[in-house]
Design a protein around this ligand. Structure first.
Ligand SMILES: [Zn+2]
Length: 129
């Protein structure tokens, strides 16, 4: 596993390593923290070799996320990175495949890969934040 992080807040460095270890991430993970709001708390895309994560440091009102919130966002996106790197999740032309099932239409909040990420982010926060 290789992790490359740009603009990483100091408080996040050890945390990210611990969460990645726990998830058993393999492959390459590139994380970039943005000094602004990028349209969502975080985005992840990738394939089974490399995952790209973008994280907002500020919310849509330009308020900085506190440490716990930021750790929650990072945990959520690392779960998605693991979904991509393990080959369970893939995305093409805005259509997702998850655990072998094609989703041409999906609801962001209730899709199975999001439900899993919301469940696991809570566990990861309890263990490592
Ligand atoms: Zn998500």
């Amino acid at each position: 596993m290789s992790i490359y992080i740009e603009n990483c807040p100091h408080i996040m460095e050890g945390y990210i390593a611990r969460v990645c270890d726990h998830l058993g991430l393999h492959g390459i993970v590139e994380i970039e923290f943005h000094e602004g709001f990028i349209g969502a708390e975080g985005f992840t895309h990738g394939d089974d070799e490399i995952a790209y994560i973008d994280i907002s440091l500020l919310d849509y009102n330009n308020h900085r996320y506190d440490e716990v919130k930021l750790k929650r966002i990072v945990a959520h996106e690392l779960v998605h990175a693991h979904q991509y790197l393990s080959g369970r999740l893939s995305q093409e032309n805005f259509k997702y495949t998850f655990d072998g099932e094609l989703y041409e239409e999906y609801d962001c909040a209730t899709s199975p890969w999001e439900v899993e990420a919301y469940e696991l982010e809570k566990q990861l926060i309890d263990m490592f934040a």
